[in-house]
Ligand binder design. Structure first.
Ligand SMILES: [Fe+2]
Ligand SMILES: [Fe+2]
Length: 367
């Protein structure tokens, strides 16, 4: 038997146009400890459902204006978690079947027996409790998933920015030994990215090359200062030593299982190879050279031409483009992959913009 006060959380909405039945049902349920909201018509009931929490609806089928069946339909649509018990004065099987088809939780024939009403209400309250519990559980699960997804996204963002910082630190180590600036390495990343896009490479290639290419000269860390920083021309032996920065770079970067680091190792090794086979360290030719090596090679060349060096003045953008496209005796068009040169000729204005934006001294503006 249900005790008084046991159901103080479960509000029962009773809807009947006959005041006597409304009172009797309300008293019956209140006696069992249910908070009861009594409405004398379906319209009142609809308003109540909009503003108050209701756990179970007990409604008469035959009411003026809006019938219990119409109210049932509305509740199924707007508040599907609320079970509806319908009551009728006639034991009409067709009405009962219609009510059940429309989703009534139970069906009670008047004159009702209190024990039937209470039993039905108790089951409906339990049903509603389970539905709400399931809904709350789903909501909690969703919130947890959203929270975890956000945490993962934040962690990924942090790992990415950490990666970029590590790369900057790595390249800075080599920069300390070299005349090239950090801005040079950052520019190589930007040039490579637009070249890869111009070559219609997939977005993961574009992202990977812009991450990996700033490390192209990392191997310079292993070149003795007296050779790396020598002001005058290098002897053939010294140049042989300089060439090893490609192999040392590969040795520093290789062995990773991450595609970005694997590409960084390939770029370090191949960024001085030339399309016509006259480059180093292996003298690879044409497509023996990985595409990323061919791209970085032309980017590095452009940046070297337009930058000031202790031993040379900077070239203008137009001069540098002309040297790459037509050669100057030292640099030859045959050094470059024709497909990459074509992409360079299309994207050259962006190279100029990148250089002007990232060169802190803006030294070429004075040219
Ligand atoms: Fe290099
Ligand atoms: Fe470089």
């Amino acid at each position: 038997m249900i005790g008084r006060g046991k159901h103080s959380e479960n509000a029962i909405l009773v809807v009947d146009d006959e005041p006597f039945i409304l009172d009797a049902l309300s008293c019956l349920l209140k006696d069992q400890g249910y908070p009861v909201i009594a409405c004398c018509g379906a319209r009142d009931a609809t308003k109540t459902l909009e503003s108050l929490r209701v756990d179970v609806v007990l409604a008469d089928i035959k009411m003026p204006h809006v019938s219990g069946l119409d109210l049932l339909e509305e509740i199924r649509r707007e508040h599907p978690e609320i079970p509806v018990i319908l009551m009728t004065g006639h034991a009409d099987m067709n009405v009962a079947i219609t009510a059940v088809k429309k989703g009534a939780f139970d069906f009670i024939v008047k004159p009702y027996k209190s024990v039937h009403v209470l039993h039905s209400v108790e089951r409906a309250v339990e049903y509603n409790r389970l539905i709400r519990m399931e809904r709350d559980y789903k909501r909690m699960l969703e919130e947890t998933v959203n929270e975890r997804t956000k945490e993962l996204a934040d962690a990924l963002l942090m790992v990415r920015s950490l990666n970029n910082e590590i790369v900057q630190c790595l390249t800075a180590v080599a920069e300390y030994k070299d005349n090239e600036t950090g801005a040079h390495n950052i520019r190589i990343g930007l040039y490579s990215s637009i070249m890869a896009q111009a070559l219609d490479m997939p977005s993961d290639f574009v992202e990977t090359i812009s991450f990996a290419s700033p490390m192209h000269d990392i191997g310079k860390i292993g070149i003795p200062d007296n050779i790396l920083l020598k002001k005058g021309p290098l002897t053939p032996n010294e140049f042989e030593v300089i060439k090893t920065h490609t192999i040392m770079g590969e040795n520093i970067l290789k062995g990773s299982r991450h595609p970005k680091m694997q590409m960084a190792a390939r770029i370090a090794l191949n960024h001085h190879e030339r399309w016509d086979g006259t480059g180093y360290p292996k003298g690879l030719r044409a497509e023996e050279i990985p595409l990323e090596g061919r791209i970085v090679m032309i980017c590095d060349q452009y940046d070297a031409l337009v930058s000031r060096r202790p031993y040379k003045a900077p070239m203008s953008h137009d001069e540098a483009v002309k040297v790459i496209l037509e050669g100057d005796g030292r640099t030859l068009p045959g050094h470059f992959d024709p497909k990459v040169v074509e992409a360079f000729s299309v994207t050259a204005p962006s190279f100029d913009r990148i250089y002007r934006t990232s060169n802190p001294e803006g030294e070429r503006q004075s040219l």
